[in-house]
Design a protein around this ligand. Structure first.
Ligand code: CA
Length: 264
């Protein structure tokens, strides 16, 4: 049986929590959104994203174990629709016109975890004691690192580290990146907002997860506590998904190997 748990925390420095998350173990749908825009607009944007994607994915996936292709299509449509809803809401109030949000979402589909993301919220996978980052940050510093213009260490301290290069709510069309990851029993997936990975290094995140292996709630609480002890400069949100036995999963619906694609 696949188990999951999610937790969000305002942190030690911010007045409000602009993160939101979705954790639906029955449907196998999980997401984290990290809003931005000032004057509480970030809270509105991330909430719209999560509510809209919850509705879309429940409608698209309910009652059927999706193939990973179907999950990928459902995720792309859900992100696209959420983007449009945020854009429309942003036009209704002057103080919402700069609002936007990141999103990272994971759907378990047969033997694959299908991950969709926009912005710098992340998905990781723990397997055999290794932590693997499954997403590429859509952020200015990450792009500089990929071009060899900044080191990872520089990026962590850079004054522009909060600038995302893709977000929901900015333009009528958003480019969603989708990753397909072949699951194994015992895999642990982590979705998080950047409040976690800017406060903690990857090896520290792995250390917390290994310490609390088997207790998802304790692991989520320990991750948030560790981010706060390090300063808690931002809101922190974590969702953990532990993959159970895949023995009775129908693999005939699986139509892709491990793959990575990007597009609108
Ligand atoms: Ca954040």
């Amino acid at each position: 049986m696949t188990r999951s748990y999610g937790l969000t925390d305002v942190g030690r420095c911010r007045q409000s929590n602009e993160d939101a998350f979705l954790e639906d173990g029955d449907l196998g749908v999980f997401a984290v959104a990290d809003g931005m825009g000032g004057h509480a607009a970030g809270e509105v944007a991330s909430r719209i994203a999560i509510e809209s994607m919850t509705d879309s994915l429940r409608a698209a996936l309910n009652g059927a174990a999706p193939s990973d292709g179907a999950a990928s299509n459902a995720l792309r449509k859900a992100v696209s629709l959420a983007n449009r809803e945020i854009c429309e809401s942003a036009r209704t109030r002057q103080d919402w016109n700069q609002m936007g949000t990141t999103v990272v979402a994971l759907v378990t589909a047969g033997r694959h975890a299908v991950v969709a993301h926009v912005g710098d919220s992340r998905a990781y996978r723990v397997r055999d004691g290794d932590l693997t980052l499954l997403t590429r940050d859509h952020s200015w510093v990450a792009e500089q690192v990929r071009m060899g213009l900044l080191t990872s260490a520089d990026a962590r301290r850079h004054p522009h580290r909060n600038i995302v290069t893709r977000a929901l709510g900015n333009q009528p069309d958003v480019e969603t990146e989708v990753t397909h990851d072949a699951m194994r029993p015992g895999d642990l997936y982590l979705l998080c907002s950047d409040g976690l990975n800017t406060m903690l290094q990857d090896d520290e995140i792995l250390g917390v997860l290994e310490t609390h292996r088997g207790d998802l709630r304790a692991a989520c609480e320990a991750l948030v506590d560790a981010a706060n002890e390090r300063g808690g400069e931002d809101n922190t949100t974590v969702v953990l998904v532990e993959i159970g036995d895949l023995g009775n999963v129908d693999v005939s619906g699986s139509d892709r190997g491990a793959a990575h694609d990007s597009g609108g």
